[in-house]
Design a protein around this ligand. Structure first.
Ligand SMILES: [Zn+2]
Length: 205
C-alpha cells in the first residue's frame, strides 16, 4: 500500500468517526428534549440531590433535573440518565415510580446519580463497535454486558451508601420481578455485590 492510499484511508476513517460522534450528540440532545416534553419535572428531591451532590464523585456544581413520565411506553428502562453537555437529566418511568415506596424512590434517584461518575462513554461505545466488528459477536455481547453490569454496581454502591443497602436490594428486586429476570447475570452479580458490601463502602463523606 502506498502512502497516498494510506493517507486517504486514515482521512476517511477520521471523517467517519467525527461524523458518528457529531450525529450521536445531536441525536442525544433531540432525544432529551423529547423526553423532557413527555414528562413532568419533579422538584421533591432537590434537597436530597443537593446533599448527594456533595459526594466528590458527583460534585456540588453539577446540574441535575428529574423528570417523571411514561417512559416505559417508549421501551425505555425504569430509570435513565442523560447528559446534554450542561445538565444531567434523570428520567423515571411514572408507572414504576408509582409502584415503589418512598425509600425505593430515593434509591432510584441515588442510583441514577451514581451513574454520573461512571458513565457509558462514547469511547466505550466505540470499543464495542470494534469488538463487534473484529470478534465473534457472542463474546462482544458478553463483554458489553460485563461492563454494563460494572456500571450498575457502582451506581448501586452509591445508592447503598447514600440511602441504604436494604432499600437498594428491595429496589433491585422490584426492577427484576420475574424468575427469568433473576436468572440474569446483571441481577445475580448486583445482588451478590449488595449483600457483601463492606462497611467502609457505606461510610458517608
Ligand atoms: Zn443503572
Amino acid at each position: 500500500m502506498n502512502f497516498k492510499r494510506l493517507f486517504f484511508l486514515i482521512l476517511t476513517f477520521v471523517v467517519a468517526i467525527s461524523f458518528i460522534y457529531l450525529s450521536s450528540s445531536i441525536k442525544n440532545i433531540s432525544m432529551i428534549s423529547a423526553l423532557v416534553t413527555i414528562g413532568t419535572e419533579n422538584t421533591d428531591y432537590n434537597l436530597l440531590v443537593k446533599n448527594m451532590s456533595k459526594d466528590p464523585s458527583v460534585g456540588e456544581e453539577t446540574k441535575i433535573k428529574i423528570f417523571i413520565g411514561p417512559y416505559k411506553d417508549l421501551r425505555l428502562s425504569s430509570g435513565r440518565l442523560e447528559y446534554d453537555g450542561d445538565t444531567y437529566y434523570i428520567f423515571i418511568d411514572s408507572s414504576f415510580y408509582n409502584s415503589i415506596n418512598p425509600d425505593e424512590k430515593e434509591v432510584l434517584i441515588a442510583h441514577e446519580m451514581g451513574h454520573i461518575s461512571h458513565r457509558f462513554t462514547k469511547i466505550d461505545k466505540l470499543k464495542f463497535w470494534f469488538w463487534r466488528i473484529f470478534t465473534e459477536s457472542a463474546s462482544a455481547k458478553y463483554k458489553e454486558e460485563l461492563i454494563e453490569t460494572g456500571y450498575q454496581i457502582s451506581a448501586d454502591d452509591f445508592a447503598a451508601k447514600h440511602i441504604s443497602p436494604e432499600a437498594t436490594i428491595n429496589l433491585l428486586n422490584k426492577l427484576y420481578p420475574s424468575e427469568d429476570g433473576r436468572k440474569s447475570m446483571d441481577y445475580k452479580v448486583r445482588m451478590l455485590n449488595l449483600a457483601t458490601l463492606p462497611k467502609e463502602a457505606l461510610q458517608k463523606h
